[in-house]
Design a protein around this ligand. Structure first.
Ligand code: ASP
Length: 328
């Protein structure tokens, strides 16, 4: 009886730990009741939670990580209430909604689109670039022509809300990305499927009121997203110019290859960016960067420059929204 009580007490403690951080508590569980770390999907910001649920529909049926991440981020792209991704995203300073997206699979196949207008699902155009062209990146008019040739249809992505705000913005015309405020943000998602394969997707309307033609990190493989099926995958959000400067997600994955955990790898990459910001005499307080990472064993990590970045994790035990640790 005493033993049973002790067990129940211990189990209660374990489930509390588990609720807080699923993959840490697991290490304390006896082998026979160890949960599987795959499949698993993680994605950026609060909107990642609903996107993960879509991805999970694919993963839980034994589908591929590639199909899961495409399906997952499509949800956010089509949601007009998310004002930094796809339909309803804030426009550039000329009032044009221009989209950046990329996708990468377990065989290092990649596809991207940048500065793409009028298409509801840039992530699916990126996948078509990957699967149906000899290229990896199409931009602007060429990307649109390709999308239309593939049967995608033209949609007006500028919602009345975004148009109204843009007209208001024009009065001062001051370009100022605001930290943790949704005048930018990206849905980046990486997943490990039941077969142990990794894929990732990343899609955004970029910085609100950017110059027309501006491309951020999100469609650039190695900056906004990188997958190495032997090691792990990472995706980024925040000030794209900073992530581009450091090839952020490639750095995170290479650090994992050198033996760092996903968490430590994200931390190191954020520190590099922090030093680069200081070296250039900029104020890190004005800049946000967030990385999330997933390794081949299903272990997750996340880190950001300053508090306020959230990420969502979904696996067989359910879905969680977590606050990322920050450097500042
Ligand atoms: N990284 C995106 C960009 O620079 C924006 C963001 O995720 O906040 O376009």
């Amino acid at each position: 009886m005493e033993n049973r009580r002790k067990f129940i007490k211990k189990a209660g403690l374990l489930s509390a730990l588990f609720a807080f951080n699923p993959w840490k508590a697991e290490d304390y569980l006896p082998k026979e009741i160890k949960v599987s770390r795959k499949p698993i999907v993680i994605s950026t910001w609060d909107f990642g939670k609903l996107a993960n649920q879509e991805a999970w529909k694919v993963l839980s049926q034994g589908g591929t990580a590639l199909d899961a991440v495409e399906k997952g981020v499509q949800y956010t792209e089509a949601d007009p209430t998310e004002r930094s991704v796809g339909y309803g995203g804030r426009p550039d300073r000329d009032g044009k909604v221009t989209l950046d997206a990329c996708i990468m699979d377990e065989n290092a196949n990649i596809g991207s689109v940048a500065c793409l207008e009028h298409i509801m699902h840039p992530i699916s155009v990126a996948r078509a670039v990957m699967e149906k062209t000899p290229h990896v990146l199409l931009v602007g008019e060429g990307a649109l022509e390709f999308a239309l040739s593939q049967g995608f249809t033209k949609t007006n992505l500028l919602t009345p809300e975004s148009e109204k705000e843009w007209k208001e913005w024009l009065k001062k015309s001051e370009y100022k990305p605001v930290v943790n405020i949704e005048n930018h943000d990206t849905i980046g998602m990486v997943a490990l499927d039941a077969n142990g394969n990794l894929s990732g997707a990343c899609t955004t309307s970029g910085m609100a009121y950017k110059m027309h033609g501006r491309v951020g990190d999100s469609p650039i493989i190695g900056a906004g997203l990188f997958v190495d099926n032997e090691v792990g995958a990472a995706t980024a959000t925040g000030h794209g110019e900073e992530v581009l400067r450091t090839c952020g997600t490639h750095l995170v994955v290479e650090l994992m290859r050198q033996g760092k955990s996903p968490q430590k790898a994200c931390e190191e990459a954020v520190k590099r960016i922090y030093h680069s910001i200081l070296k250039r005499g900029k104020n890190p307080k004005d800049i946000q960067i967030g990385f999330i990472a997933l390794d081949k064993n299903g272990e997750t990590g996340a880190f950001c420059l300053q508090p306020g970045f959230s990420y969502a994790v979904q696996h067989e035990k359910g879905s969680t929204l977590l606050a990322s640790k920050s450097l500042l």
